[in-house]
Design a binder for this molecule. Sequence first.
Ligand SMILES: Nc1ncnc2c1ncn2[C@@H]1O[C@H](COP(=O)(O)OP(=O)(O)OP(=O)(O)O)[C@@H](O)[C@H]1O
Length: 294
Amino acid sequence: MATHRPPTVSTSSLTYTFPDRSMGLSDITLSLPSRSRTLLIGANGAGKTTLLRLLAGKKLAPRNSIEIGGVDPFTTGLEGVTYLGLEWVLNAIVRIDIGVDELLASVGGNTYPDRRDELVSVLDIDTNWRMHAVSDGERRRVQLAMGLIRPWTILLLDEITVDLDVWSRSQFLGFLRRETETRECTVVYATHILDNLAGWPTHLVHMHLGTVKEWGRAEDMLRKLEEEKGDNKEGGEWTGNSKLGELVLGWLRDDLKERGPRSQHKRGPEGLSYITGGIGGYGLESMAKLEEER
Ligand SMILES: Nc1ncnc2c1ncn2[C@@H]1O[C@H](COP(=O)(O)OP(=O)(O)OP(=O)(O)O)[C@@H](O)[C@H]1O
């Protein structure tokens, strides 16, 4: 990506079909501005990972359906785009007997010493750790630092903060917010964990069965919810969640109602749901497929 172009993320009628001809994504049009922090929200299997992998250039999208920083990622290099997802988490290097300093140096720590030191502090990393002898959450913190040291312009984040304790995650989210506030960069983050996210996203994208049901500025969507619910008089009760939690809970509840029992659904080649008579174990199935594709 040319460095002078603002790091925008846009898709235009993006449709993606998996190699087995089942529908992955259908007619997705999005336009996320530079410096935005977008949350991708949707139930398991909604298509968040598929979308992120397409944006990251891990899968081939139809021509002219994706623009990253104003250019087609498949005809132009994806310099500056960092994708942190499952494959990256499973990288074996972070389990061997190697020191944190050495590991961070191997991914540019000495070229960007200020960023390295900030990340070590934000993620509360002990640089004396040996990677074969740390906890899952400690390992994840080092991995995040590794992934973020280079000053990316677009960060595509599939949920990888599950092992972080609440404090570390809030520090991490604060770091991402500062990044977008102090330089030209953009974050798209798929997550199910809404803790500490109130007030964090600038944009929300609601995905369901491979489509985007709605998207827009977080502020506008939350205001709309408030107007609909009023002061708890009409339109349902507040549950005690944050407004963001409330909005997402409502979305997923409606999606579940609309979809019906999981065992009866499979998306066909035309993107239409059809009854299969019982495909179970979707999570494992999609893991196996991801492994196959790698
Ligand atoms: N290689 C593949 N071939 C066919 N179908 C696939 C493949 N990979 C994923 N799928 C299916 O596509 C759908 C979307 O999967 P995806 O991983 O994008 O969902 P997700 O929103 O990221 O879910 P989660 O919240 O569980 O991570 C799922 O129903 C999944 O089974």
